[in-house]
Design a binder for this molecule. Sequence first.
Ligand code: ZN
Length: 485
Amino acid sequence: MDYVALYRKWRSQKFSEVVGQEHIVKALSNALKMGWISHAYLFSGPRGTGKTTIARIFAKALNCREGPTVEPCNKCDQCISIQQGTSLDVIELDAASNRGIDEIRNLREQTRFVPMEGRYRVFIIDEAHMLTQEAFNALLKTLEEPPPGIIFILATTDPQKIPPTILSRCLRFDFRKIPDELIKKRLREIAIGEKINYEEEALEILARYADGSLRDALAYMEEAVLYGGGNLKEQDVVECLGVPSYVQVKDFLLAVYRGDINKGLEVIDEVIESGIEPKIFVDNVISELKDLALKSDRRQEINWSLEDISKCISILEDLSLKFRWYGFPKLVLEVGLVKLISNFKKATIISEVQKAEIPVVELSADFNRIKDLWPLFLESVKRESVRLHAMLRECYPLSFTDNTLVIGIKAGFSFHYEYLSRQENKRILERMFHSLLKREIKIEFIMGESKDNKLKATASKVAEMFNGSIIETETKKEEEDDEDG
Ligand SMILES: [Zn+2]
């Protein structure tokens, strides 16, 4: 027998099986009970949230031999043919690949016929926003004078692209992202049904990663099960999807909670080294915080108030947007860590690195101007020396104090550091800045490798990115000597 994807195999067949979307199920059930059947519906909402599934159940409910009924029997010829996609009365059109006028004309031709076997002919147009203008015009004519017994269900992920003339003739239902908890519950049911050995944490990660789409969750689950040779282990899911493990997310939050910047940086290193996108990591931390907020039983080790949690979430959401604009995602992540910790430590970061004093960064309009000029600066360097330009591509302006511009070099680029730090090269760059800024400045380079540099760089970046909140630092008093003597 052919292999059937989990999503198809476990597709809900009755309203009572639908995951989430209670508001829609309830409204459609009431409509069926009261016999208030509209001739056009718009199902809008994110992908994988059950739009076509509910459209098919609705079609069955209308045409079931025992109906119209809220719960179709799933046994009669009507139900079975709709389920198998062979019913002559339920016509599905994927507008993503059939978007032209001919397809809609063809559809209109079909609306002239009365239902073949059932009570209604139901036309389900998926991705309806993809139809061309001509196709919409043709569809509009049908919607204006709907033939009896014809029902249109337009499904779309992008209702803004549907002309208002069409929208105004449809009864609209807005589908929501399915909550993680419900997705997790469904995954568990399916894992049990498929006799898959699963770890609870694996389900948790899958649900989170699917971001409200049950279809995506099942596709990922399938992938992870194949990867794990029939089992569903957290580690396999993490590797397969390129997402952080629960432990990494938790350790990161614990580091913030305890104000342990080094532990936090360690987690970040580990996350980056395992090839996880920093943005995905941040999104996972946000999800975990939302869970912490909602479920007090999860707040055993991290005992934050709701206010603290919501502050953290807003810092991280802000950070999540910054990944688009900054070319150094790891640094952005480190900045986020410092910002989170400083938020709880009242602008004091206790670092365990000896003598790792973080400079107080003065933010000035000058530094903003330098950042604005940076691309222009790179261009003029390129004209002067292609080699210097190539080296500078691994760099970024970090801070500007006492007329000195500190330029950061990515960790590990020691050759670049050595080359750019040469007096003659620095002088060339200072000259270029002079012609751009119309003033003399000094340039210094630091490489983001040692923890010391990393902290400095991070602190400067914090101040810069979060509109100049100045962070004072404190080094841990040498009350204990950790080194074994
Ligand atoms: Zn039936």
